[in-house]
Design a binder for this molecule. Structure first.
Ligand code: HEC
Ligand code: HEC
Length: 123
C-alpha cells in the first residue's frame, strides 16, 4: 500500500501535466475579436454562429486548420462578429432609467439572419 500511493500520485501529476499541454496545443491561434474566450467557449460561440446563419463550420473554416484565414467567408464572418460585439456593448450601455436590463436580449447572428445567410429585405 505504501508503494502504491506514490505511484497513484505520480500518475495523477502526469495526467494533470498532459491535460495542460493538450490544452496549450488547442489554445486559439488566430483570434482577433474573441480574445477573451477559451477554445471551448469559442467552439460554443461558433455553434451559435453556425445555427444563426444556417451554415456549417466548413463554410468559413479549413477543417484541418481552424486558425487559417484562407476563406474569404471567414474574413466576412470576423467583421460581423465585430459588429455583434460592438452592438452588444451599446446594448449594455442602454439607459436603464428608460428600459429594464432584463428586457434586453443580446444581439446574435440569428437576430438578423434568422438561420439563413440571405437577409430577407422588404424590396
Ligand atoms: C461565418 C463564419 C464562421 C463559421 C460558420 C464558423 N466559424 Fe469558427 N471562426 C470564425 C472566425 C471569424 C474566427 C476568428 C474569430 C476572431 O478573430 O476573433 C473563428 C475562430 C474559430 C476557432 C479558433 C481557431 C484558432 O485557433 O484561431 C475555432 C476552434 C472555430 N472557429 C471553430 C468553429 C467551429 C467548430 C464551427 C462550426 C460549429 C465554426 N467555427 C463555424 C468564423 C466562423
Ligand atoms: C445587424 C444585422 C446583422 C447581424 C447582427 C449579422 N449580420 Fe451578417 N449580414 C447582414 C447583412 C445586411 C448582410 C448582407 C447580405 C444580405 O443582404 O443578404 C450580411 C451578410 C453576411 C455574410 C455574407 C453573405 C454572403 O452571401 O456573402 C456573412 C458570411 C455574414 N453576414 C455572417 C454573419 C455572422 C457570422 C454574424 C454573427 C456573428 C452576422 N452575420 C450578424 C446583417 C447582419
Amino acid at each position: 500500500m505504501k508503494r502504491i500511493i506514490p505511484v497513484i500520485a505520480a500518475c495523477f501529476v502526469m495526467t494533470v501535466l498532459l491535460d495542460v499541454s493538450v490544452d496549450a496545443q488547442r489554445a486559439p491561434k488566430n483570434v482577433k475579436v474573441l480574445t477573451d474566450l477559451s477554445t471551448r467557449e469559442i467552439r460554443d460561440y461558433m455553434k451559435s454562429v453556425s445555427s444563426g446563419i444556417g451554415e456549417k463550420c466548413d463554410y468559413c473554416h479549413n477543417l484541418k486548420d481552424y486558425s487559417s484565414d484562407e476563406k474569404e467567408t471567414k474574413l466576412i464572418g470576423r467583421e460581423f462578429i465585430k459588429l455583434v460585439e460592438q452592438v452588444n456593448e451599446q446594448v449594455a450601455a442602454i439607459n436603464t432609467s428608460v428600459m429594464n436590463k432584463e428586457d434586453l436580449q443580446p444581439v446574435t447572428c440569428y437576430t438578423c439572419h434568422a438561420g439563413e445567410l440571405a437577409i430577407i429585405s422588404e424590396d
